[in-house]
Structures are given as structure tokens and as C-alpha cells.
Design a protein around this ligand. Sequence first.
Ligand SMILES: [Ca+2]
Ligand SMILES: [Ca+2]
Length: 228
Amino acid sequence: MKRLELKAIVIPVVLILAGTAHLGRSQQDPGKEELKLVLPKPMFIGTPGNIKSANLEAVTGKSRGPFYVPRGTKLLSLNRPVTSSDRQPVIGELSFVTDGDKDGGEGYFVELGPGTQWVQIDLGASYALNAILVWHYHSQARVYRDVIVQVSDNKDFLKGVVTLFNNDHDNSSGLGIGRDKEYIEVAEGRLIDPKSARGRYVRLYSNGNTSNDLNHFVEVEVYGTPAK
Ligand SMILES: [Ca+2]
Ligand SMILES: [Ca+2]
């Protein structure tokens, strides 16, 4: 009789522990859901050894795991207007940045002039931002320099600017020293976590890359929820 009672207690405890372990591995927060992305085809395989960077993150070759965002998160940037420090791109159109095409091939990227340049997306209203995906160029392994991502409600970025990402470790673009690492461009894009920072305008800087001194964008996706 005593043994039976013990079993009745032990089994539920084991089930609870198993349930907790499962939550720990995947989704912890019931208010969140996995961000579903449509990814372009990879254009190259493997990691080239000829990229020189003093600030490059460790290359694992593994794809990014699932990313969880608040429920109701939506893609805000699709076909939204894009402005830039370079008003006459060398190749392509500024509209390519938000047109939904993420293919890595010729004809899909906009090319901006040399040095520090930016593109800026107007979301049309202020939102709480939950994920930003960036594809500079992914038909060749490259590192883009001085990748800085900022958000503001001020279209000229004169006030209320929040920096979400900055890997300009030597401040060569003059916006402050960044603590983030440089990274190699891949087809799954770079996911930046805005941690619910608010704003209407998203501005993305770069300053050339390891292949040339020009700047490119294939696509930028901004995900968020209405600002309360
Ligand atoms: Ca595009
Ligand atoms: Ca730099």
C-alpha cells in the first residue's frame, strides 16, 4: 500500500520536470511566438579563410536557431519608402531594400557609393520593434564594415536616437565605438534584436566591405508591434 502511494507521487513529479526541460530548450514565454522568416537560397557553401578582420565573431558555420518575438509581431517594412545618404545609387534602386526580394544574385542589390553611407526606412508610424533582418550581399562571403543600426522618431536622427547594433570597433564612422562583432554575410541574413525599442525610422549604416569600398543592400526587414 505504501509503495503504491509513492509511485503516485513520483510519476507526476517526473512529468513536471520533463515538461520544464522541454520549455527550457525551446519557447519559454507563452506571450511569444517563433518569428517565421522566408529565407533566400544560399549562394556559397563553407567559410573562406581569406577574410581579415580584427573584430570578427567566431565562425561556427551553423545556421541561426529559432528567434521568439511577442505574439502579433508583423513585418512592417515591406514596400515602405527608403531614403539614403546616396541619393543616386550606382546600381539598382533604393526601393530594392524593402521590395521583399532577398535573392543574392545580380539585379537584386542596391549599390551605394564608397565610404560611410546609410539607408533609412520610414515605417509610417512608431512601433515597438522586435526583430530586424539585414541582407547586405550574399553571393560571396564578405564582411561589411561599421554596421550601425539605429532607430528614432526623428527622421533626421537629431534626437531620441537608440543604437541597436554597432560593430565600428575603431569609431572610423564617427558614431561612437561599437561593441558588437563584425560578421560574414550569409543567405539567412543578420538578425538584430531591437528588444522592443520604439521608433518610426530605422537607419542602417555601413562603410565598405572586405571586397571593395562600396555599400550594398539586398533587403532589410523590420518586425514589430504597435507602440502602446
Ligand atoms: Ca530586396
Ligand atoms: Ca571601423
